[in-house]
Ligand binder design. Structure first.
Ligand SMILES: [Zn+2]
Length: 257
């Protein structure tokens, strides 16, 4: 079985000592492709470096909503340039975050719009981060959908069935991570049931959100299989079929080989 981790932060400090081994463990476990997501200009440069060093790593570049206030003048323009570098397969992560108070919401919304426009202009997918801002994210996506079908993914989806359906109606993919394995998240497992097989993606969001039984520990791309097992069970389909579907979906969305 072959897996794709569509969202990980391999450039973070917690991997600085053993990034090479972490990627090797993933490949050994069948996670043949990892999409490393940038969150700041520096982070974007690092994920591109990783994509140049490792065949199995691809990059997505953007400014995470929590980091837009810290961005320096000119950072956005440099991100726009990096977005067309080899092995950069998408734009993000972008979106809205009302949980952390790192950046004013209007500024987050401004950058969210810039990412959506950039993705459309380059014909690349976008990666959405949404934390306690479901209605605001949906509003902005609806506005964007008036310009044409959306090509994007709701990363680490943890919203309601209604939000999931609204995203699916606009053409979005939904990506599930370690949160679906947490015992108390039965309602989130129920959300996976309404997502058609051809719109499902898997991710780790490593080093965060490790699935059971590694909850609270550092997460890594190899653990995507644990989330996959949980997804297979909640959707009542085999792990093989989950592997085939999510891998094909990730290739289609990100244009991966
Ligand atoms: Zn992330």
């Amino acid at each position: 079985m072959e897996w794709i981790d569509t969202h990980c932060h391999l450039d973070e400090d917690s991997f600085s000592q053993d990034c090479h081994e972490t990627i090797q463990r993933a490949v050994d476990a069948g996670v043949m492709t990892m999409v490393a997501i940038g969150i700041s200009l520096e982070s974007c440069r690092r994920v591109i470096e990783l994509s140049q060093k490792y065949d199995s790593v691809y990059a997505v570049v953007g400014l995470h909503p929590n980091y837009v206030l810290a961005a320096k003048p000119g950072d956005w323009e440099k991100i726009v340039e990096l977005a067309t570098a080899p092995k950069v397969v998408g734009v993000g992560e972008t979106g809205l975050d009302k949980y952390w108070d790192h950046s004013p919401l209007e500024l987050q919304a401004d950058y969210f719009g810039r990412h959506l426009e950039l993705a459309r202009r380059l014909d690349r997918p976008f990666v959405v981060h949404c934390r306690e801002a479901e209605s605001e994210v949906l509003d902005q996506l609806r506005k964007e959908a008036e310009r044409g079908p959306l090509r994007g993914v709701m990363h680490a989806f943890c919203g309601s069935v209604e939000t999931a359906k609204a995203c699916l109606d606009m053409g979005m993919y939904l990506s599930f991570g370690g949160m679906i394995t947490f015992k108390k998240n039965e309602s989130l497992r129920q959300v996976t049931v309404v997502v058609p097989r051809d719109r499902l993606l898997l991710e780790t969001d490593a080093p965060y959100l490790a699935p059971t039984p590694f909850r609270g520990k550092r997460n890594e791309p190899a653990h995507v299989r644990l989330t996959a097992a949980c997804l297979a069970e909640s959707k009542g389909i085999s792990k093989e079929d989950i592997a085939l579907a999510t891998t094909a979906n990730a290739r289609r969305l990100f244009g991966l080989p």
